[in-house]
Design a protein. Structure first.
Length: 229
């Protein structure tokens, strides 16, 4: 009898220790379920224009594998902002990038030609854009924010104009949401020609456009991490 009592007591002690271990253990946090987002724009037919939000007064079409801004937009409205943007219909992205081949269709003697890459687009009056041009001055060839007010220049680096001809160029705009960093790379270079830091807009969509010119875009790829709901 005494042996059975001792065995039962020992079993109770062991069970208590095991229970304490379970209670004291820290449950690891669940793994993130947010999958990276990646999209290559379908430019196979004019009907694919429905995959874009068209902002402004520009005339857009898709033809021969190109997204074409055939009619320049005219900046209008109560605040100063780009006249023609095409924004891909995607989830809002935090960390994100857009890579594209682009070509200015403005005559080469138009030194204020421009094309844009857009990040953090939340609305026509809230977004970032990188402005490529043939000259650099207060409003050309830089990174800007539109935040319910006239566009405002925010770049801390803008090394050189990169849109001096009518040739095809590659451009990639990278946005790091946690730091607010924006970096623009051109023609496969590993050092950005423009940089800025601003945390006004935490997330949004990406796209292309022009302030008031025409151009063509192809091989458009967007990547990023969907923003938390």
């Amino acid at each position: 009898m005494r042996g059975r009592i001792m065995l039962a007591a020992a079993a109770a002690v062991s069970a208590a220790i095991a229970s304490a271990a379970v209670v004291g253990a820290q449950t690891p946090p669940p793994a993130s379920t947010t999958a990276p987002f990646s999209l290559r724009a379908d430019l196979s037919s004019a009907e694919r224009l429905d995959a874009w939000t068209l902002d402004g007064s520009g005339g857009w079409t898709i033809r021969d594998g190109l997204l074409l801004l055939e009619k320049a937009g005219v900046p209008a409205g109560p605040i100063r902002r780009p006249g023609a943007l095409a924004i891909l219909k995607t989830p809002a992205l935090g960390d994100s990038s857009i890579e594209v081949e682009l070509r200015s269709d403005a005559p080469e003697d138009v030194i204020h030609r421009d094309l844009l890459l857009v990040a953090g687009w939340q609305s026509p009056t809230r977004h970032y854009y990188a402005h490529l041009s043939a000259v650099r001055d207060n409003v050309h060839n830089g990174i800007f924010v539109v935040d319910q007010a006239d566009r405002r220049r925010i770049d801390d680096t803008s090394d050189r104009p990169a849109l001096k001809d009518r040739n095809w160029h590659t451009a990639r705009l990278v946005r790091t949401a946690s730091t607010g960093r924006l970096e623009l790379f051109v023609d496969g270079e590993t050092t950005p020609i423009m940089t800025a830091t601003d945390r006004s807009i935490p997330s949004g969509r990406l796209g292309v456009g022009s302030f008031d010119d025409t151009g063509a875009f192809r091989n458009i790829r967007v990547q990023g991490v969907p923003a938390a709901p």
